[in-house]
Design a protein around this ligand. Structure first.
Ligand code: XLS
Ligand code: CA
Ligand code: CA
Length: 444
């Protein structure tokens, strides 16, 4: 990657290449923990992460909320959509290069503007794809994934692939086709489906079975088209429990795993787990990661966090090293992600109005995950917690327990065993001891 890339226009003047300066640096524009070349658990930090910038939050999110208009200036916006698209592409590759983010992600409508017909929209996307490709080649920054925005336009008020109107479903199909073409041109490593408005608000007007069948057929068509045009990466589904609809079909990791297995899509589709969506579903981030990992389907991560007191999809930048440590323990034990990376699907707060805040936010997010990785590695090296967990299941390692795991026992055997052994001894879960060890490893 070139040391410092600026396209036609530089939007963040005065901010240069962000470097690692270590935990004692007081330079806000330096990494304190993210040292890309440093080896942790046998792999360079940058390879553990494949950090990615999200086009939509970084260049479209203006701080507006249901109570007020935007607060964050967007110097790349002009009255000409082509010029705006080129400006945003410049801004994207300026920010990624300066931060050392090696990947980016985008929706079709973030990068290009909607035309008056599917063919015109496709043409617009092709024009922008060319711009993105040139800048990828100049910088070495790559496409982690792209996706479609089939939820903002009013036509999608009742969903896209699950819309009760076939004509609307076809519009979504046209978008996915054009987006897959763009992906292949850009050498995208993954392709994402987030549910958007795939879900419902009232069962009185909804045929849930029919809608879910349509979703499976639609995803299968996308898979077939992608494979036909040479897309070799993973298709990813990103679970989310609510927002915008009341009942999102891709509720959480467990729901999506069940859906993929039931529909036979599990050989092409993996999961993209977003921290904020897991917590909205009433789980920890680590919980959904672990479920996906245990199924061999942990594809990629949307790195952000919610606000437990607010309870909506706040998409904040990661700042809690305890959470990232728990996440990185799952990722490390899983041997990494299956082809994905860590995409900062995160936005600035409404009152973070300085242009430099976008840099400070990403620096913080990268450092928080780097810290999580360092701490997870420390925890694994300490080993005491892994030993305690393993010992908890020792009764299944030999004798009848082992026979049970192998499927060699029946219910009568369990009866006979229970009769023979009598009342089992109580065994402590040792949760407090584990919590004490965590604090000792972290702060000792
Ligand atoms: C919205 C989702 C979305 C996906 C991409 O809640 O996080 O941004 O990641 O469509
Ligand atoms: Ca997301
Ligand atoms: Ca989100």
């Amino acid at each position: 990657m070139s040391e410092y890339f600026v396209g036609n226009k530089e939007f963040f003047k005065g901010i240069g290449k962000v470097k690692y300066e270590g935990p004692h640096s007081d330079n806000p524009f330096a990494f304190k923990f993210y040292d890309p070349e440093k080896i942790i658990a046998g792999t360079k930090m940058k390879e553990h992460f494949k950090f990615s910038l999200a086009y939509w939050h970084s260049f479209m999110g203006d701080g507006s909320d249901p109570f007020g208009e935007g607060t964050i200036a967007h110097p790349w916006e002009t009255s000409d959509p082509l010029e705006t698209a080129e400006n945003k592409a410049d801004a994207c590759f300026e920010v990624t290069s300066k931060l050392g983010l090696e990947y980016y992600c985008f929706h079709d409508r973030d990068a290009a503007w909607e035309g008056d017909s599917p063919a015109e929209s496709e043409k617009n996307l092709q024009t922008v794809t060319k711009m993105l490709k040139e800048r990828q080649e100049a910088t070495g920054v790559k496409l982690l994934w792209n996706t479609v925005n089939a939820f903002s336009h009013p036509r999608y008020a009742n969903g896209a692939a699950t819309n009760p109107d076939f004509d609307v479903l076809a519009q979504a199909g046209a978008q996915v086709k054009a987006a897959l073409d763009a992906n292949v041109t850009l050498g995208g490593e993954n392709y994402v489906f987030w549910g958007g408005r795939e879900g419902y608000m009232s069962l009185w007007n909804t045929d849930m079975k029919r809608e879910l069948d349509h979703l499976a057929t639609f995803l299968g068509m996308a898979r077939d088209y992608g494979r036909k045009i040479g897309f070799k990466g993973n298709f990813l589904i990103e679970p989310k429990p609510m927002e915008p609809t009341t009942h999102q079909y891709d509720y959480d990791a467990a729901t999506v795993l069940g859906f993929l297995r039931a529909t036979g899509l599990d050989s092409d589709f993996l999961l993209n787990i977003e921290a904020n969506h897991a917590t909205l579903a009433g789980h920890t981030f680590a919980h959904d990661l672990q479920l996906a990992a245990d199924a061999g389907m942990l594809g990629s991560i949307d790195a952000n966090r919610g606000d437990l007191f607010v309870g909506w999809d706040t998409d904040q930048f990661p700042a809690n090293a305890y959470d990232t440590m728990e996440a990185m323990l799952v990722v490390l034990k899983n041997g990494g992600l299956k082809g994905g990376g860590f995409n900062f699907d995160a936005k600035l707060r409404r009152n973070s109005t300085d242009p430099e805040d976008l840099f400070l936010a990403h620096i913080g997010g990268m450092d928080t995950f780097a810290l999580g990785l360092i701490l997870a590695d420390k925890m694994m090296q300490d080993g005491r917690i892994d030993t305690l967990r393993k010992e908890r299941y020792a009764s299944f390692d030999s004798g009848k327990g082992s026979e049970f795991e192998k499927g060699n026992l029946n219910l009568e055997d369990l009866f006979a065993h229970a009769q023979h052994t009598g009342e089992p001894q109580r065994t402590s879960g040792k949760q407090e001891l584990i919590e004490n060890i965590i604090n000792q490893v972290l702060f000792g």
